[in-house]
Design a protein around this ligand. Structure first.
Ligand SMILES: *Cc1c(COP(=O)(O)O)cnc(C)c1O
Length: 501
């Protein structure tokens, strides 16, 4: 299978090259030329397979230039008992008659990004061998918290690759900072930047675009690559768990094989929900895609009105991983919806870049409306939903998942649609401990500002075992203490690469 650009501006490449490049060098994202199909009968045959086996089946339909053994090897290294504490990898928990929660946070860093970032490094290291590169790959990551640690865990000790993560100094929670700075491994580097997340992100983007610097690194034997969600290798592993959730519903007798389910996705960059769309286009029966946003509701407005307008106030919410106004993966969705009209997509995204706004035409609007529902929830709604769900079901939601649950409850009340529904749980509640504790105890009753005391307190109240990735973080050795000015990033990178020689 070949991969083409959403903007019709690049030659077709094999999966390995698409994964190695990360994004289309001329702008645009790689997508498969056609979406592979899977029949209901084939889905039925997946019923008695475990997560790893289902993953191999789905992934091999897309990575046709990888051997089955190579794919098995990637899957085994990613989804094993050591990294994912749960035998189901992504267990499904029934909360109400209609709603089940798909727990995507059992990986090493307690956020759903592990589902993709545990396997991407293995796809990439095999891609490098296939495409051929004598250079050592250097992954640069700018993070506001979650992605950095998930990428560090995924790439640590992977041969032929180094990873450097930049985070805003004093701009992430203590738990998030320690998660990153205590990472071991012989190829991991973490640098605090004096600035905010946007400063980190712009600095990294500038480096990718700095042809002289890229050439200089190349002469020294290094090639830059990216691990963010525009890489096809990050999207693909996410398709798997929609099949897994569906199979689980059938196995438990919640639905018959062939019956449709709804999915609810707390959304930021549109990657997770897009993976569900690909699963559906392959043949997985899905009724509605419910796209849940926080107060940065650019997607809610887009899905309802067909106008994408990022010229708006940016809110810092209690679901920070969804605080985003430019949802990069929407581009792939629009490419599919318009029947691969790269010209149209190119125009829309040029308008977004130049004017901050674009509007799609009536035909595409109607297509989107028929399958997707967009809605949002406020910070207050989020906390209320966490408290009510805990009181009613003795089940702890994190802030992001709570947005999904709230948006679904509103949808159910409005439509009466009784279709069985899966809500993606994108983070473990301990990861956002202060908001979750505030929800349960009421604001002003936290009694401490120390996040580690909060973790203990939440464990006492909820009885949910603390996620192993967050255990004893304050007692682990800190390996990474570099701090840099944002204008000095190039020198820091060179220093790190020089040390490693
Ligand atoms: C990244 C993230 C999201 C958003 O996922 P997208 O694929 O960007 O839509 C939601 N919740 C959490 C906890 C995340 O880390």
């Amino acid at each position: 299978m070949d991969y083409i650009s959403t903007r019709g501006n690049f030659r077709a490449v094999k999966a390995a090259e698409a994964i190695k490049l990360g994004m289309v060098p001329e702008g645009g994202l790689f997508v498969p030329t056609s979406i592979p199909k899977i029949s209901l009968e084939e889905i039925g045959k997946l019923m008695d397979k475990n997560y790893q086996e289902v993953a191999v089946e789905i992934i091999s339909k897309y990575l046709t230039d990888y051997t089955l053994d190579e794919i098995r090897d990637c899957v085994d290294q990613a989804y094993n008992q050591e990294s994912f504490g749960h035998p189901d990898v992504a267990p499904l928990v029934k909360l109400t008659e209609e709603m089940s929660i798909l727990e995507l946070w059992h990986g090493p860093t307690a956020a759903f990004k592990d589902m993709a970032l545990q396997i991407l490094p293995h796809f990439l290291s095999k891609a490098i061998k296939k495409v051929g590169s004598e250079k050592e790959i250097v992954i640069l990551v700018a993070t506001s918290g979650d992605t950095g640690k998930a990428a560090l865990e995924g790439f640590k000790n992977v041969e032929g690759i180094k990873i450097i993560v930049f985070f805003p100094h004093h701009g992430v929670s203590k738990v998030q900072e320690l998660q990153m700075t205590t990472t071991d491994g012989n190829n991991t580097h973490v640098v605090a930047i004096n600035g905010n997340f946007d400063d980190c992100q712009s600095a990294v983007k500038e480096i990718f675009a700095d042809k002289d610097f890229v050439q200089k690194l190349s002469n020294e034997g290094f090639e830059l690559s990216s691990a963010n969600s525009i890489n096809w290798g990050r999207l693909l592993p996410q398709i798997v768990y929609y099949f897994w959730a569906y199979l689980d519903l059938v196995k438990k007798g919640e639905i018959e094989l062939g019956e449709k389910m709804n999915i609810v996705v707390p959304t930021g960059n549109f990657g997770n929900i897009l993976a569900g769309y690909y699963a559906n286009q392959m043949g997985l029966p899905i009724n509605k895609f419910i796209c849940a946003s926080n107060e940065n509701k650019v997607l809610t407005d887009f899905l309802n009105e067909g106008v994408y307008d990022r010229r708006r106030e940016f809110f810092k919410t209690n679901s920070p991983s969804m605080d985003i106004l430019i949802s990069s993966n929407l581009e792939r969705f629009l490419f599919e919806i318009t029947g691969h009209d790269g010209q149209k997509v190119d125009n829309w995204f040029k308008q977004l870049k130049d004017d901050g706004i674009f509007e799609i035409e009536a035909d595409s609007k109607a297509k989107i409306k028929a399958m997707m529902v967009g809605d949002f929830a406020s910070d207050t709604d989020t906390l209320t939903t966490i408290r009510e769900t805990f009181e009613k079901h003795n089940y702890l939601l994190d802030t992001h998942t709570a947005i999904g649950v709230k948006v679904y409850q509103d949808y159910l009340a409005k439509t009466g649609d009784k279709t069985k529904t899966v809500v993606d749980a994108t983070a473990n509640p301990y990861k956002f401990v202060s908001s979750v504790l505030e929800a349960i105890k009421g604001s002003g009753n936290l009694g401490t500002e120390d996040e580690f005391e909060m973790l203990e307190e939440l464990e006492k109240i909820s009885g949910l075992k603390l996620h192993s990735g967050l255990e004893a973080l304050d007692k682990k050795p800190v390996y990474h203490e570099k701090v840099s000015e944002k204008d000095n990033i190039r020198a820091v990178i060179e220093e790190i690469l020089e040390e490693g020689k």
